[in-house]
Design a protein around this ligand. Structure first.
Ligand SMILES: [Zn+2]
Length: 87
């Protein structure tokens, strides 16, 4: 059974150069406004075995993680100088 590209990430693909299935390395090839193109290369001989286009909300890592907004510190409540004692 050959898996087709699309919904599943390929972890192993048939490499014609190696003559057998090999683990693949996924590499980000292009970033498009509509998605990303990932390329799969044989982990052994680095032959390009295929590409996968990722579109839509499946994109991960495209947006920087929202930074935690540090809250502005409330002004420290200072004790009022008591007048009258010193005056
Ligand atoms: Zn190979």
């Amino acid at each position: 059974m050959n898996r087709q590209f699309g919904d599943l990430e390929a972890s192993e693909l048939y490499c014609p150069k190696c003559g057998r299935s090999q683990p693949v390395r996924e590499r980000l090839l292009l970033i498009l406004p509509t998605g990303e193109i990932h390329e799969y290369r044989c982990a052994r001989c680095l032959t390009s075995l295929g590409q996968r286009t990722v579109t839509g909300p499946a994109i991960q890592g495209a947006r920087p993680a929202p930074a935690a907004h540090p809250r502005p510190r409330p002004p420290a409540a200072r004790p009022r100088p008591v007048r009258g004692l010193l005056g």
